[in-house]
Design a protein around this ligand. Structure first.
Ligand code: DGL
Length: 269
């Protein structure tokens, strides 16, 4: 294996760019290929069967580019399709659930953790199962927050409506006296400030994407798979459709200029 080969990252759409942002921060010399299935986003409300099918097609796009490792940036895919992706790929596959669960289990002091995510992620119980496997004494409280995806894409970061919706979604979790909250969706770190404000800052927020970037860093070191080059890495972005405002939203999520975005041809045929 050539260690200069890129890390492949895929997501249901644009949200996975928050994970790419964390990866480029912790692994500044790695080449990265990103694929976002923007033509079929959102995956959150879809059935596990459909998400598993889509996940395999997304995986094939990355395998076609000879990636050395795959990161499933999408929480919904990581929750219901990690096993099928691992089976398909002959390279290591890292999902966001386990790193997020581990970080939350380390952070809690009162053993009460909240998890927010898409309907698919929360109904799968993937975070609950992962956390309770680490420590069965921890109680986990899940809450789907589907509207957060649209609010983050709209850029309604400091908007009254976002605060009202956040209060509505997060109120049940405050009643459970959680001291740690997993932001179990690619989009939620964009709304970090309002989530923290509504929870009165006393709750530790876990960014699964950030935890995943650290897990990837450890894995590359452990397997001696780091790119030895210290040159500026190559970041390539592929999508299944180029929707309106893609670049504007993408740059906000990535925290820098996107450069060229290419549409994968023949993906949907
Ligand atoms: N990327 C998805 C996730 O992290 C959110 C958007 C969607 O529903 O597809 O679960």
């Amino acid at each position: 294996m050539n260690t200069a080969q890129p890390i492949g990252v895929f997501d249901s759409g644009i949200g996975g760019l928050t994970v790419v942002r964390a990866l480029t921060h912790h692994l500044p010399h790695e080449n990265i290929i990103y694929f976002g299935d923007t033509a079929r986003v959102p995956y959150g409300p879809k059935s596990p069967q459909v998400v598993r099918e889509y996940a395999l097609q997304d995986t094939d796009v990355l395998l076609h580019h000879d990636v050395k490792l795959i990161v499933i940036a999408c929480n919904t895919v990581s929750a219901v399709a990690l096993d099928v992706v691992q089976k398909r790929a002959k390279v290591p596959v890292v999902g966001v659930i386990l790193p997020g669960a581990e970080a939350a289990a380390r952070a809690t002091t009162n053993n009460r953790i909240g998890v927010i995510g898409t309907v698919g992620t929360i109904f799968s119980n993937a975070y609950t199962n992962a956390i309770r496997q680490i420590d069965p004494d921890i109680s986990v409280f899940g809450q789907p927050c589907p509207l957060f995806v649209s609010l983050a894409e709209e850029g309604w970061i400091n908007h009254k409506a976002t605060e009202l919706i956040a209060k509505e979604y997060l109120f049940p979790l405050t009643l459970e006296k959680i001291d740690t909250l997993v932001m179990g969706c690619t989009h939620y770190p964009i709304l970090r400030e309002v989530i923290g404000k509504v929870l009165h800052q006393s709750v530790t927020l876990i960014d699964s994407g950030e935890a995943t970037a650290l897990a990837v860093k450890n894995l590359l070191t452990e397997k001696a798979m780091n790119n030895p080059s210290t040159l500026k890495p190559n970041l390539q972005f592929f999508v299944s459709d180029v929707p309106h405002k893609f670049t504007e939203i993408g740059e906000r999520f990535l925290g820098r200029k996107l450069g060229k975005v290419q549409r994968v041809s023949g993906f949907l045929s």
